[in-house]
Design a protein around this ligand. Structure first.
Ligand SMILES: Cc1cc2nc3c(=O)[nH]c(=O)nc-3n(C[C@H](O)[C@H](O)[C@H](O)COP(=O)(O)OP(=O)(O)OC[C@H]3O[C@@H](n4cnc5c(N)ncnc54)[C@H](O)[C@@H]3O)c2cc1C
Length: 311
């Protein structure tokens, strides 16, 4: 693979290509092994160049955003990990705001509040980037971010770009078409309405306060591990809410642990890392929760988090 290394170096300079670098610090779980290559791109054009070089040499590409919804294997990720950084936010017109993939959701919320653009304020406190939020259709308080997407700019793995209306993104609970097509998100345009910054700030603060009250924010985690059961697919026993956290809780698993991983005593759907957890500990604890919930309630929990690398 020295040809690929040479091509990356020629395109980006040797100081920007990192070899065999640990990814743990780039995830909110704080676990995970090394990437063969890690490149932090600064523009969409750089992302396209990197995709093209990898395609030419048959190197696998993994996109990493804020690392807040992933569990990276202890053995790491083979191939190239692209981590887009920076990016800008523009007001397209009174009704639309465009943001590049690496813009953080919190940065975008702050920008919108400052500019009196209503829509995303309730997502305040959601870790991660626009890229990751669109990939998994980030949700809060019963609403999903896809509802606000007017259009997106995508690149396929051959580097061809296209502008796609939000309605063609196959948004669903924790889902977008990116999970099937493996397209890369370059930017997203959100529908906004005029809003009073003070009122928007109050909504954002209420979301932040809710998170602080209900989530173990002081300990590394990846947010909710499991999707909530789907009333159309899953039968939950009477009297039990359609909530993965409630099922884990009622299965008596809150506080239980494997190695350095533990089901949060605060929130049954969060697994936290006490600082010494491996990805394998977390993975085994996830399997334990799934098995107990299946056994006790007959419900098969599905992951919300994304596994990366080989387990
Ligand atoms: C404390 C805490 C609270 C959370 N609360 C919420 C919540 O309220 N609601 C919610 O929905 N989630 C929540 N999450 C989960 C997480 O914040 C979201 O899923 C977030 O949108 C992930 O974004 P990210 O940039 O970190 O993506 P990553 O974790 O880096 O990646 C997730 C997936 O997106 C893909 N991806 C990233 N960027 C791109 C791109 N440009 N193009 C294509 N694919 C891409 C990755 O390949 C990966 O498959 C929480 C997490 C934590 C730690």
């Amino acid at each position: 693979m020295s040809g690929f290394q040479d091509a990356l170096t020629a395109a980006f300079g040797s100081d920007r290509i990192r070899r065999n670098v640990s990814l743990a610090g780039l995830t909110t779980f704080r676990v995970g092994g090394p990437a063969d290559w890690l490149l932090e791109t600064r523009t969409s054009e750089e992302m396209l160049t990197a995709l093209e070089l990898a395609r030419r040499d048959g190197v696998a590409v993994t996109m990493l955003g804020g690392g807040s919804n992933v569990l990276i294997a202890d053995a790491g990720i083979r191939g190239l990990v692209i981590r887009p950084r920076g990016g800008s936010i523009d007001r397209v017109d009174q009704a639309q705001v465009r943001a590049d993939a690496p813009v953080t959701i919190n940065g975008l919320v702050r920008w919108m509040i400052l500019h009196g653009a209503a829509g995303l304020e309730a997502w305040a406190g959601t870790p991660g980037t626009v890229g990751g939020a669109i990939f998994g259709n980030a949700h809060f308080g019963g609403r999903s971010i896809g509802e606000l997407v007017a259009s997106v700019r995508l690149a396929d793995r051959d580097g061809a770009t296209s502008d796609v209306p939000g309605g063609a993104m196959a948004f669903g609970y924790d889902r977008s078409r990116l999970q099937d097509t493996r397209e890369v998100l370059l930017s997203a345009t959100f529908r906004v309405a005029p809003g009073d910054p003070a009122a928007l700030r109050a909504t954002a603060r209420a979301s932040l306060a809710f998170r602080k009250r209900t989530q173990p924010l002081e300990t590394p985690s990846a947010g909710c591990v499991f999707q909530n059961p789907d009333p159309r697919r899953d039968a939950v026993p009477q009297g039990v809410p359609y909530s993965a956290g409630a099922l884990v809780d009622r299965a008596g698993l809150k506080g239980s642990g494997i190695g350095g991983a533990r089901v949060s005593p605060t929130h049954g759907n969060f697994i936290v890392n006490d600082g010494s957890a491996t990805a394998e500990d977390i993975r085994r604890l996830i399997e334990l929760c799934r098995a107990e919930v299946r056994e006790q309630f007959g419900v098969e929990l599905r992951e919300e988090i994304v596994y990366m690398g080989v387990f």
